[in-house]
Design a protein around this ligand. Structure first.
Ligand code: DON
Length: 332
């Protein structure tokens, strides 16, 4: 495999970077065979386990794409980053953080156990299902359409078009959502969810998870967060800086669930995964003496539906880890 180590004299042209990324995608593709498709949302079993693709979008306007880049997929848990952002924009950060904590769990994303183990029963963070369902309940609106409107508007402001819901994926999860229902009832019991809000909240939550986007969209979302919520082309603030930074800190500590510590240690950048195989990773601008790719910051989207035991794209993690090492993306 080509190593792609950079030196001061390297000319970082798009073509030159593209060759490396193509080579790395080809190399890591074999790891898709080591993962499994999720079974608890039946329709996600229809994905092709062999797919692997990447899109990297720099704040400097350069985009590099490689592998299976044309397959739309649902954002699943990646939506939790953006509902958290919207809830903070609507209600204020302190209102949201009074109802959901900012601590990693070290447990699976759909764990119930960790809820019971804490005295005040407050969901640990907005990215485990318990915290995400709580955050979704905070979105203003009387119907799921009203609650989702500001989320879809934010995505439209960033992407330039309004993504659609994949209704088949929504229905598949709605019909099989035993664990999330259990979490919902537990939240009602502990007072973090009103009982008359349970059905509406779960419907809204499954709908936000079924928003369908492309790999380039995923990189675009990451790129805006890398730039602290500002569109680098227009200078428009799409997400308040304080909220974008809070979201990124939670992505670093909680975004990859019980693999978050390893991802922070070995990759060193904020990221968020989804059970359909997407990962968005964020390389903020960095000060380095060498001439390295995307020093001004970039968003990275990967798609690889074969998952590891934690529910993260198995080949996707390896690919991002390699790129982060080669390009010295770590924030540390
Ligand atoms: O609620 C769920 O279980 C799914 N809709 C989303 C979970 C998910 O994406 C976890 N990701 N790795």
């Amino acid at each position: 495999m080509v190593q792609g180590a950079m030196n001061q004299n390297t000319k970082l042209t798009k073509d030159w970077l593209q060759n490396y990324v193509d080579d790395w995608v080809k190399f890591y593709w074999k790891h898709t065979k080591e993962g499994e498709l999720p079974s608890y949302i039946p329709i996600l079993q229809q994905a092709n386990k062999n797919h692997l693709g990447i899109s990297i979008m720099g704040t400097n306007g350069v985009t590099i794409e490689s592998g299976d880049v044309d397959i739309p997929f649902t954002i699943q848990s990646i939506s939790k980053v953006f509902t958290f952002i919207v809830a903070c924009m609507q209600r204020g950060v302190s209102y949201v953080l009074d109802r959901v904590d900012v601590e990693p769990t070290g447990e699976a994303f759909n764990s119930i156990m960790h809820l019971e183990m804490k005295q005040i029963k407050k969901p640990f963070n907005p990215f485990v299902n318990a915290g995400a369902i709580t955050v979704t309940s905070l979105l203003t609106g009387k119907t799921s359409a009203e609650k989702l409107e500001p989320l879809l508007q934010l995505l439209e402001n960033i992407l330039g078009y309004r993504p659609a819901l994949n209704i088949d994926v929504f229905q598949s999860e709605m019909q099989t959502s035993i664990r999330n229902r259990a979490i919902g009832y537990y939240l009602v019991e502990t007072g973090y969810l009103e009982s008359d809000q349970l059905e509406l909240t779960l419907e809204t939550y499954f709908k936000q998870c079924s928003i369908e986007i492309s790999l380039k969209d995923l990189a675009h979302l990451g790129m805006i967060l890398a730039n602290d919520g500002k569109d680098p082309k227009t200078g428009t603030e799409l997400i308040p800086k304080q909220v974008a930074r809070l979201a990124k800190s939670l992505m670093l500590t909680c975004g990859m669930y019980d693999a978050s510590g390893k991802f922070a240690a070995y990759v060193g950048i904020p990221a968020k995964s989804g059970v359909s195989g997407g990962i968005v990773a964020i390389a903020p601008p960095r000060a380095r003496e060498e001439n390295l790719p995307f020093l001004e910051g970039c968003g990275i989207g990967v798609y690889g539906p074969a998952l590891d035991k934690q529910g993260n794209s198995i080949a996707g993690i390896k690919l991002i880890r390699h790129i982060a090492k080669q390009w010295d993306l770590s924030i540390f």
